[in-house]
Design a protein. Structure first.
Length: 79
């Protein structure tokens, strides 16, 4: 796919087609990192914070919490 770099205010801009954004699973206002690698511009999605609902949706039900020993008290910890 080809596009053109165009003037946008005091900067330059590239319009990203909707199909490319959907394929990359990006949407409006998503944060991205832009860098140059070997003379190429690379756009990398910044990992976004997951909501509690998103985290729960990924839960597989195989985690079991256990108690663990943190050692003997060394100061004025409440016993």
């Amino acid at each position: 796919m080809y596009t053109t770099i165009q003037k946008w205010g005091n900067s330059q801009a590239i319009r990203l087609p909707k199909a490319l954004l959907e394929e990359a699973k990006l949407k409006n206002n998503d944060k991205v990192e832009i860098r140059v690698e070997n003379g190429n511009l690379v756009i990398i999605p910044v990992k976004k914070h997951q909501t509690l609902e998103e985290r729960i949706a990924e839960y597989q039900g195989d985690y079991r919490c256990n108690e663990w020993d943190t050692g003997r008290p060394v100061g004025k910890e409440v016993w």
